[in-house]
Design a protein around this ligand. Structure first.
Ligand SMILES: [Zn+2]
Length: 198
């Protein structure tokens, strides 16, 4: 059985950043997206890709897939740098902002206006292109970071976790990614470290 992603962030752009798990831990992070298939599964679970689109891309053997996977991680790391710098009240690296800009431009070059179901809609005409999940994530990232909601991005108070989420609660009191998930993740990791390392 394939594992589900734990989507706690309330926005796919933040859930993407959380897929490099334990990002700030001394012994190094844990990668949750290890293949193009993982990327498709993530994009489908977050609702960015429809099940039909995901099926099409899964069926299509593509030699561009490895490159898309690498770019998606590059997008993720640039977004991560910008978001955590902002949370820490620091300037993000110029290079990170430039990379996000390039990803957004590529995504927008692949968007188009189409007439469908009685109105003009934004569409992705090349929806069988292996880069579709990358374009969707690039667009979602640019949309979030430039929106008013960007001010509601928070990091989990567990310093080993620091998973990101949108705190849209009225009093902005949410401190944890998810009390249950966070506690269990910490416990499971400690267990692995204690029993796997020796
Ligand atoms: Zn947490």
């Amino acid at each position: 059985m394939t594992k589900s992603f734990q989507l706690v962030a309330g926005h796919p752009a933040l859930d993407l950043i959380n897929t490099l798990d334990w990002r700030f831990r001394e012994s190094g992070p844990e990668e949750l997206i290890n293949s193009y298939e993982d990327l498709l599964r993530f994009a489908e679970q977050t609702g960015l890709l429809s099940p039909r689109q995901a099926r099409t891309l899964r069926r299509k053997e593509s030699n561009g897939a490895a490159r898309v996977l690498q770019q998606a991680k590059d997008l993720r790391e640039s977004a991560s740098q910008v978001v955590y710098a902002t949370l820490d009240e620091m300037e993000p690296a110029v290079e990170s902002v430039l990379k996000l800009d390039r990803f957004m431009h590529t995504a927008q070059a692949n968007r188009a206006l189409r007439w469908s179901a009685k109105k003009i809609r934004m569409a992705w005409p090349a929806e069988d292109d292996p880069a579709l999940p990358l374009w969707l994530l690039s667009q979602a990232t640019a949309d979030l970071l430039t929106s008013d909601n960007a001010a509601s991005i928070r990091a989990c108070a567990n310093l080993e976790c620091r998973w990101l989420f949108l705190d849209l609660s009225k009093n902005h009191m949410r401190r944890w990614c998810d009390m249950k998930i966070c506690g269990n993740r910490t416990k499971a990791r400690r267990f692995r470290e204690q029993h796997g390392a020796r």
